[in-house]
Every structure is written in structure tokens, then in C-alpha cells.
Design a protein around this ligand. Structure first.
Ligand SMILES: NC(=O)c1ccc[n+]([C@@H]2O[C@H](COP(=O)([O-])OP(=O)(O)OC[C@H]3O[C@@H](n4cnc5c(N)ncnc54)[C@H](O)[C@@H]3O)[C@@H](O)[C@H]2O)c1
Length: 234
């Protein structure tokens, strides 16, 4: 039976998996929930809860067998299956993603890129780059589940429409256009495309905000410490 798990758990499972592979590579056979919690920045209780949700029984004293958890998490994340993706727009971002070799470790395979620039189209390349119009054909042939959209903003909606028309159910959107699957407005929609937006600018702004808050907090604390000292000595 498939267990429904939320995005937070999926992200943590992927993080546990990386740590587990590292530990296995170092020769470890068992791991404890506090080791995994420390490694990804959560409490041991969260680790045990996540594992119980995916059907791994808690084992506070004896630890978990690393091979068993790896197998279970990989099954849960669908990593036993091939995970084919396509990249739409093979410019700076798209090209970098197409040649990111670490995807392979996670079972992700970039099967093709798509372009409108004839200078970049090369169906004979190691990872072929096809004209964008070929997307529906390749999507069906390769059973593509996820498309990365890395075209200029002006082309985003048009490319997204082609993605949904090609039956691709997942999109990682690098453009700043808010893409929404029009097809999802219909109950009978079979695609229900899920869009995940990546906005590095927003993430950086958010970090600046958090750093400012932290600095202000530290300043407040040191001010109140000085005031306390002054009142004690004065
Ligand atoms: N999300 C972020 O954090 C972030 C950061 C930087 C850039 N971006 C955005 O990501 C996108 C890509 O950025 P980039 O720097 O790689 O741009 P780029 O100009 O280097 O590459 C875009 C590529 O898309 C191709 N293209 C244009 N129209 C197309 C279409 N209809 N079908 C297929 N290919 C098409 C172009 O020929 C080009 O090769 C832009 O929208 C940019 O604003 C996002």
C-alpha cells in the first residue's frame, strides 16, 4: 500500500539517504536516530517519526540497519525506477543542469534538452538537444515525468502549455512567471501538473533578512547584557 507523505518528509528522506550512503561508504553497518538527526539538523524524535511513517519500526537501543533503511527509503522515493527528466531551454541554467553529473547518483537521468536556437540543437549529442516541437513525441517515448523550464520569461507560458499537452505531470520552473496548470481547473483532468518554482533571488533575499534578524537579535542581547552590568555596577 502506498503511504501518503508530505513534501517536508520527502525532503528529509532524501537528506537521510545521502547521509546513509556516506556512512555505508565509510563502512558503518548501523546508525542511530540521533546520528541521523544531527547530520540533517532535526531531533532524533523526528527521525524516528519519519521512519515509522514509512514503515520502519523504531529501534532506540540497537540502532537501524543502514542497508535496510536505504532500501526502504529508495523504494519510497521511487529510486529503484529510472527517473527521466527533460530540460527546456539549454542556455546557461539549462546547460549547467544537463551536465550536472551528480544527478546520476540519485537515479535522475536527463534524457534530452529542447531548444529553439538552431545553433544549440544537436540530436546526436550525448544528451540530445531537439527542437522544442519534438517534446510531445520524446515525452511519451521516454515516459518523462518531470520537465525543467529554463527558457526566458517571455517563452515560459507557451513552453508550459506544451509540457502539459505532452502529459508531463511535474515541472521545475526557473522562470519568474507564475505557471499554473489551466487543465487542473477541470475535475476530469488526468495530468494535474505539479509546478515547483525555484527562485534563487528570493532565497537570497530571504537569507539577507534572516541574517539581519540574527544580527539585530545579537545586538539586542549584548545591549541588554551591558545594561544589566551597568545597573549592577552602578
Ligand atoms: N530561478 C532563479 O533563481 C533564476 C536565476 C537566474 C535565471 N533565472 C531564469 O531562468 C531562465 C533561464 O535563464 P538562463 O540564464 O539560462 O537564460 P539563457 O538565455 O542563457 O537561456 C535560455 C534558453 O532558452 C532558449 N529558448 C528560448 N525560447 C525557447 C522556447 N520557446 N523553447 C525552447 N527553448 C527556448 C534560448 O534559446 C536559450 O538558449 C530565465 O527565465 C531566467 O530569468 C532564474
Amino acid at each position: 500500500m502506498e503511504t501518503k507523505i508530505n513534501r517536508g518528509i520527502v525532503l528529509r528522506l532524501a537528506k537521510y539517504l545521502r547521509v546513509l550512503h556516506k556512512l555505508k561508504g565509510m563502512g558503518f553497518v548501523k546508525v542511530f536516530s540521533n546520528n541521523l538527526g544531527d547530520a540533517i539538523g532535526v531531533t532524533p524524535a523526528v527521525v524516528r517519526k519519519d521512519f515509522s511513517i514509512i514503515g520502519i519500526p523504531g529501534n532506540k537501543r540497537g540502532g537501524y540497519n543502514i542497508d535496510v533503511i536505504i532500501e526502504e527509503i529508495e523504494r519510497m522515493l521511487g529510486k529503484e525506477e529510472r527517473q527521466p527528466i527533460v530540460v527546456l531551454g539549454c542556455g546557461k541554467i539549462g546547460n549547467a543542469l544537463m551536465h550536472y553529473t551528480e544527478f546520476e547518483r540519485d537515479g535522475i537521468e536527463v534524457v534530452a534538452g529542447f531548444e529553439i536556437n538552431p545553433d544549440l540543437i544537436n540530436p546526436n549529442a550525448h544528451i540530445p538537444i531537439y527542437p522544442i516541437a519534438k517534446l510531445p513525441e520524446v515525452a511519451v517515448r521516454e515516459a518523462v515525468k518531470v520537465a525543467v523550464i529554463a527558457v526566458p520569461d517571455v517563452a515560459a507560458t507557451e513552453v508550459f502549455e506544451l509540457v502539459t499537452a505532452s502529459g508531463i505531470p511535474g515541472v521545475l520552473n526557473f522562470t519568474s512567471v507564475d505557471l499554473k496548470c489551466g487543465r487542473c481547473d477541470f475535475d476530469e483532468c488526468a495530468i494535474r501538473c505539479i509546478v515547483q518554482n525555484v527562485n534563487i533571488g528570493l532565497e537570497i533575499e530571504n537569507l539577507f533578512y534572516l541574517v539581519r534578524m540574527k544580527e539585530a537579535d545579537i545586538l539586542d542581547q549584548s545591549r541588554s547584557r551591558t545594561e544589566t552590568l551597568t545597573s549592577q555596577t552602578g
